[in-house]
Design a protein around this ligand. Structure first.
Ligand code: PEP
Ligand code: MN
Length: 263
């Protein structure tokens, strides 16, 4: 992953014209979890209209509580494929195990490794063999070295399309869900050749903080954002308090474009 080994940056192309690490930052948006056809399609069309270029949606959810909504699983993947076709947006979804990764890979455009699985080495090894871009989230207590070593597992297997995602780390303060480590964005851009994106939704856990921290991440040089948007956040089965409604997301995009022009 080091620039010392491979100088310059290594843009990751997701679809024609959708490239992370080159040109304007790419915004990925959509619900935390795929809940239903209507919920996903309505949200997908709304985020596309506002300017998102990739649709996010979890089918396999890594919930802390075993009785919380675990995602629709394979039915969720089928709905993502439908939303991909209806919206024209490439899709990103999380996989938690080697088996899920192998099964899901042919159906989506980016495989997401969640914070809780950053050091799931069996999963990382399988992702290294697959022909799919991987978005690797930072573990909530991972150092930069541990994070880059996890990325190296995927690169070492032969998969050179790895995207790093800062999603906030655990700190002593409980006012925000996590602490967005903005400094790692320019740091990683100088240390590695990999694109770096920020997830202001999980980093803050609060809808009102998502827009300002999105702008801060772009100003810090992020190659993209991963933002949770729900057509009815109050009814969301997962992460409603940090989810934007389509109107709030549209405001975020308008402000983000101004910052993109300035940096
Ligand atoms: C998510 O993106 O829905 C998610 C579970 O994020 P994280 O792994 O960062 O907690
Ligand atoms: Mn979430």
């Amino acid at each position: 992953a080091s620039r010392a080994v491979r100088p310059g940056s290594r843009p990751v192309e997701i679809a024609p014209g959708v490239v992370l690490g080159e040109g304007d930052p790419v915004v990925m948006a959509g619900p935390c979890a795929v809940e239903s056809r209507d919920q996903l399609l309505e949200t997908a069309l709304a985020v596309r209209k506002a300017g998102a270029r990739i649709l996010r949606g979890g089918a396999f959810k890594p919930r802390s509580h075993p009785y919380a909504f675990q995602g629709l699983g394979s039915e969720g993947i089928a709905l993502l494929k439908e939303a991909r076709k209806a919206s024209g947006l490439p899709v990103i979804t999380e996989v938690m195990s080697p088996e899920e990764a192998e099964w899901v890979a042919p159906h989506v455009d980016i495989l997401q490794v969640g914070a809780r699985n950053m050091q799931n080495f069996s999963l990382l090894k399988v992702l290294g063999r697959l022909d799919r871009p991987v978005l690797l989230k930072r573990g909530m207590a991972a150092t930069v070295e541990e994070w880059l070593q996890a990325a190296e597992y995927i690169l070492a297997g032969g998969n050179d399309r790895v995207i790093l995602c800062e999603r906030g780390i655990r700190s002593f303060d409980q006012n925000t869900r996590n602490t967005l480590d903005l400094g790692v964005i320019p740091l990683l851009k100088s240390l590695t050749h990999l694109p770096v994106v920020a997830d202001p939704s999980h980093a803050t856990g609060r809808r009102d903080l998502v827009l300002p921290m999105s702008l801060a991440a772009i100003a810090a040089g992020a190659d993209g954002l991963l933002v949770e948007v729900h057509c009815d956040p109050g009814a969301a089965l997962c992460d409603g308090p940090q989810s934007l409604d389509p109107e709030e997301f549209s405001r975020l995009m308008t402000a983000a474009k101004r910052i993109m022009e300035a940096v």
